[in-house]
Write a protein that binds this ligand. Structure first.
Ligand code: UDX
Length: 442
């Protein structure tokens, strides 16, 4: 194996995980970021994000001298042959992608490059970015060989390490076959199908994949409403659908909709990409709208269950992160739900095993607990917003004895309605009217 010298620019989620992975695969990696405080933390082997398994991998690769951190981006560029761009690409008010961090990195590359480089764009960027960046760099550095390759990242938060070492596919978009093959060789030890494409296709595959997965979620959430009306169980409907290999069983869990740093941002960006070429991507508009409605309808469901009035009611919200195994609250459904419940006069007590530190900066007038029994104490109702394993394992009888009223409104369908009913709870979930009716009939 050829050991490459790689600089990763941007030590956010994608940068840190990718850099650590390339070090683990035996390459010499320097991760660079303008944020000096973050780099100082990383140099002390403190990980600024919550990601199972990352700490151990960072520590072992730093010890083996394959992984280092610096806030001197120029030095990282000068000492490496492959530059991975992994800076943030947030969404602007207009829906367009904010490219200011990418532009800043390109300007830094221009100032510090004196030898040939392959530049790999890992950040999720609009179609055509790779081509434009390559033109810009070649114009600015006419005597130096510069190739720009697109290598999108598909990892999920909370299982990033597993996903990176067990990818379904590795997508590499390149104009020059040599550059593409060199980036493929970096990852040749990884399983998963290698797909070599043109740059534009690689850039679109990332958006198309996230938009399609978001569509699966909004689809099943709409089905859940139909299930409630006709007396069916959305879990069984999803199971039956998923047994068809063309549909597949994944991403068909009905609930309170998707959140996080990727789906909301990437669906809006894909819609804008289509609009910019005069195409009205109707399905995607509906996917986004349904996701927002799902949160509002869930609040209506809570209100209806509690008799229409929330004023003065104490509600224990279990789970704040946008999904389990992360402390990430970006676009978390729980935040919208809490704000809506507060505006209706409810008093909120919240539990999350990982996200309380971030939550305390984002939520006002919420009592926070790292123990779910403390959060449930004297509550008029429990609302489940994130399917944390600690919630699944809770002692339901103890919870019931602590609550003022044994009412659970479950936005993640974590429990069996008949079982919860047997335990004495009024249990309301999403798209499972059949089970509720059956209990009522007993
Ligand atoms: C996602 C993609 O999966 C990943 O490939 C991409 O690189 C980044 O975006 P992530 O945001 O970490 O990853 O989370 P993911 O596990 O995909 O879940 C996204 C959201 O969808 C969560 O809020 C989750 O609760 C929700 N979801 C997921 C559902 O509501 N139902 C499902 O069936 C699956």
């Amino acid at each position: 194996m050829v050991v490459e010298r790689i600089a990763v620019i941007g030590t956010g989620y994608v940068g840190l995980v990718s850099g650590t992975t390339f070090a683990e695969l035996g390459h010499s990696v320097i991760c660079a970021d303008l944020d000096e405080a973050k780099i100082a933390m990383l140099q002390r082997a403190e990980i600024p994000i919550y990601e199972p398994g990352l700490q151990e991998l960072v520590t072992s690769n730093v010890q083996k001298n394959r992984l280092a951190f610096t806030s001197d981006i120029g030095e990282a560029i000068r000492s490496s042959d492959i530059l991975l761009i992994a800076v943030g690409t947030p969404t602007l008010e207009s829906g367009d992608v904010d490219m200011k961090y990418v532009h800043h990195v390109i300007a830094t590359i221009v100032s510090h490059t004196t030898s040939a480089k392959v530049i790999v764009i890992k950040s999720t960027v609009p179609v055509g970015t790779g081509r434009r960046v390559e033109q810009e760099l070649r114009t600015a550095l006419p005597h130096i060989q510069i190739d720009v390759v697109s290598n999108p990242e598909f990892l999920r938060e909370g299982s990033a390490i597993h996903d990176t070492f067990h990818p379904d596919r590795i997508v590499i978009g390149a104009e020059q076959a040599e550059a593409g093959k060199r980036i493929a060789a970096l990852q040749s030890a990884l399983p998963g199908e290698l797909l070599l494409t043109d740059r534009e296709s690689a850039e679109l595959i990332k958006y198309a994949s996230n938009a399609f997965l978001a569509a699966k979620i909004s689809f099943i959430n709409e089905m859940a409403h139909v299930c409630e009306k006709v007396g069916a169980d959305v879990g069984l409907v999803a199971k039956g659908m998923g047994l068809d290999k063309r549909i597949g069983p994944h991403f068909l869990n009905a609930g309170i909709g998707y959140g996080g740093s990727c789906f909301p941002k990437d669906t809006r960006a894909q819609l804008k990409i289509a609009q910019n070429v005069d195409y009205d991507f109707k399905i995607l508009s509906a996917v986004i709208e349904v996701n927002q409605l799902q949160r509002e309808r869930f609040v209506d469901k809570i209100k209806d269950t509690l008799g229409g009035k929330l004023h003065g009611k104490r509600i224990a919200v279990l789970g704040l992160a946008f999904k389990p195994n992360t402390d990430d609250l970006r676009d978390a459904p729980a935040l919208d739900v809490i704000h809506a419940l507060q505006s209706l006069g409810a008093e909120i007590h919240a539990y999350d095993p990982a996200a309380l530190h971030h939550a305390s900066k984002l939520l006002r007038d919420v009592q926070m607990y790292d123990d779910l029994y403390d959060a449930a104490y004297d509550a008029d109702a429990i609302v489940i917003a994130t399917e944390w394993e600690t919630i699944r394992q809770m002692n339901a009888e103890r919870i019931r004895s602590l609550m003022r009223y044994p009412v659970i409104i479950d936005g993640r369908n974590m429990f069996r309605p008949d079982e919860m009913s047997r335990l004495g709870f009024t249990y309301v979930s999403v798209g499972r009217a059949a089970a509720i009716h059956m209990e009522a009939a007993i």
